[in-house]
Write a protein that binds this ligand. Sequence first.
Ligand code: ADP
Length: 446
Amino acid sequence: MLWFLQLNLLPPYYRAAKIGSVKSIADNVETMIISDKSLAALYQTARENSLCVQLVDNFGHTSTFNGIGTGCYIDKLAPKNPGEFDYEEMKENILKNKDFEHNFLIDYGSEMIVYGRIVDAHLGRYVLLINAPVTPEKAGLELIQNQFVLMTILVLLFATIASIILAKKISAPFIVMTASAKKLAQRDFDVSFESKGISFTEFDDLTSSLNYATQELKKIEELRLDLIANVSHDIKTPLTMILAYSEMIQDFSKSNPKLLDEHLNVIIAEAKYLDKLVENMLELSMLQSGAITLNKVDFNLNELVLELMTLFLNQKDNVNFDYDAIYIVNADEVMIGQVITNFFSNAIKYAGDSQIDIKLSKLNGVVRLSVIDYGCGIEHEDIANVWDRYYRIDKNFHRDQEGSGLGLSIARGIILAHNSNYGVISEKEKGSEFYFDLNIIEIINW
Ligand code: ADP
């Protein structure tokens, strides 16, 4: 476009510039004449500007300063052919014009201008004529044209190389991202999206959003797999029991009220167990996949323990609550309640007739909640495993102890979600202490 415009606009531009320069040279010459300066310098001006200057005085004497050689048309004062430059006609036209100047354009193969004006000096009146070609030289035009072709080729070459390099640089991270996206589509949730080699804010935002989405998908996938595994593992046993006892009712016990009652109780117990189990599974899966969010508030830990103790009153009455102060903590109250409940119900299950102590004590800036029983205790080699999912020390099935092996795993999940410390101290046949710590917000001494 630039090339095309330049070549087409150059001749008219050159023409306008040339006419302008002719006029300013005429101004200079006029000043020289009026100030009676030597006109010898006019030869140089004529040569440098490729023009021809002529001065004709009142008596018809002519001085010519020719810088274009045979191209000077005003030398030939008498026209040979119609349309050629005619001095008399030019003079007439100049005098007719109120600014005493006139432009005469002739085309002798290449376009020429003859500019004329009247100059009034001390020694009399002159006609100043300046003749100059107004079309650029063919050779000059060709040179520019060739330069443009060369420049165009160079620019195209440079632009092609630059765009290939740029395209490669920009597309490289997209190629890496597409590969990661394909892996993600094939359920590989361990992929990560990286903005390799390119650092635009928008691109960084995109990769971090995709990484976040991948993490969330991973959590959901883990939750799903966990639930499927748990359901097939645990729900099958009680369901088989329910089915077996229902069939027994159908076949034997429907006419025997005592037996029927017994069988129905088993079915109810299994159904209750199932209900609790499903609830625990959901909770544990959500905790482990990180799909649960804590609702932390400041609350009175002592009050929470007292509330929970009253709930268990009908199951166990010899429970002591021992505390050295009232502790305000910041945690998810419902979840911490769940941990205490799990510790407490285990203590009830395994304490036998012995008493249970619940203790709150200050320890290096934290408050430690311990649930202590003096029951069967835990074998040394089992202690580390009790927090594991589905771990039950007594592998024999006791529905009366209706544990699923999930209670302590849930408790651990909740404590870890609070970034807190936990543990168990136990000795076989002596009893166990299960504890966890919470950061103290406020201590109210009493
Ligand atoms: P469960 O529902 O079987 O009680 P938990 O996860 O709560 O599951 O506990 C895991 C195992 O740890 C239990 O089966 C039990 O053997 C042991 N355990 C938990 N608490 C006590 C305790 N206070 N005394 C003795 N053993 C315990």
